[in-house]
Design a protein around this ligand. Structure first.
Ligand code: PAP
Length: 346
């Protein structure tokens, strides 16, 4: 039998030849979409890089950072052209830095709770959640679509999703978070990503591009609004979008985890509740447990992101320690305007 690592993390076991094949495949994808990308509107963003506007959202081009979690405009196009969803699939959708890693871990632990007990051999004790639930627009997935197991994730906005996800009525879980905390989390993430040798991105620049929506996968608010509208339009249908909120998950994890389990087709039985299985899953997926496990699971390839980059503080409201009152006022005003009439509890 394959070990959980071999099964869930093809990246970690890639040989040198597989690595070469992977890079060659990515180059082919970039080449395939070169002409389509070259006519798109381009704009500078934080870190002095450029993003391109595609279907109303901004993306970097080329697989600009590697690994299991790399994205690009070409990857979005390749997913749109090639991805075939099955009606039983479940998609975890989000704007980056909204709680994706946590949601992936919870959904994975819930869906696989009869396969793995919560002891030391549970995959989440040794593997980063990003290796357990692939992004459909990531390199790992584009290279190896059989890596999915029916549970997948995406940062692609609702209106740009591959058509089959919408037409075959899959279930979608969306997680959103206070934009101020998303900005601060993204800013720290970007600075870690560019490393100590580059000039750090100034908060003022991060704020400017974030509030204008000119960041990769941005605008943040438009991403949220697309999924929120879909959740309202599809309300009452089995294929509706379950709309989760990071802050509510922090406040009442038990209730939110039960909601998630029911929605993805794995509700907890009375017996499981009595045995405190919900609490065990919450503990397994806690910030502390996941960040320790993921850090230990780092893989040595130099173009792979270090897992600890996905874990920083994992708290609500850290943005007040960074943003000025004026910045907070502006971000709150944009949020009120964008979310008007959509009943988004943030
Ligand atoms: P991604 O888009 O790169 O996958 P994502 O997981 O959506 O990132 O967001 C990362 C944030 O979730 C980080 O927030 P912070 O910078 O404000 O700390 C990260 O710490 C937080 N996070 C990761 N795992 C958990 C967890 N188990 N519980 C709560 N927050 C978490």
């Amino acid at each position: 039998m394959l070990s959980p690592i071999a099964f869930y993390s093809p990246i970690a076991i890639a040989t040198e030849d597989e690595e070469k094949a992977r890079k060659a495949k990515m180059s082919i994808i970039i080449e395939r979409y070169k002409d389509r990308v070259s006519v798109l509107h381009k704009h500078k963003t934080w870190n002095n890089t450029h993003v391109y506007k595609y279907e109303g959202f901004w993306y970097h081009r080329g697989f600009w950072y590697q690994s299991n979690a790399s994205f690009s405009i070409e990857a979005v196009m390749a997913s749109q052209d090639g991805f075939q969803a099955q009606p039983t699939d479940v998609f975890l959708a989000s704007h980056p830095k909204s709680g994706t890693t946590w949601l992936k871990a919870l959904a994975f632990a819930i869906a696989n709770r009869t396969k793995f007990n919560f002891g030391p051999n549970h995959p989440l004790r040794t593997i980063c959640p990003h290796d357990c639930v692939p992004f459909i627009e990531s390199e790992a997935f584009l290279n190896n679509p059989s890596y999915a197991n029916g549970l997948m994730a995406t940062h692609i906005p609702y209106t740009s999703l591959p058509k089959s996800i919408i037409s075959c009525g899959c279930r979608i879980v969306y997680i959103c978070r206070d934009p101020k905390d998303v900005l601060i989390s993204s800013w720290h993430f970007m600075n870690k990503l560019i490393g100590n040798e580059s000039t750090p991105i100034k908060l003022e620049d991060a704020f400017e591009y974030f509030s204008k929506g000119i960041i990769t996968n941005g605008s943040f608010w438009d991403n949220v609004v697309g999924y929120r509208k879909a959740s309202l339009e599809r309300r009452g249908r089995p294929d509706t979008v379950l709309f989760l909120v990071y802050e509510e998950m922090k406040k009442d994890p038990k209730n939110e985890v039960k909601k998630l389990a029911k929605f993805i087709g794995h509700p907890f039985t009375k017996e499981e509740e009595a045995k405190r299985v919900v609490e065990e899953i919450i503990e397994l997926c806690s910030f502390e447990k996941l960040s320790n496990a993921s850090t230990n699971a780092n893989d040595e390839r130099e173009d792979t992101l270090s897992n600890e980059i996905f874990f920083r503080k994992g708290i609500v409201g850290d943005s007040v320690n960074h943003l000025t009152p004026e910045m907070i006022q502006i971000l709150d005003r944009i949020t009120r305007q964008k979310y008007e009439g959509l009943d988004i509890p943030i």
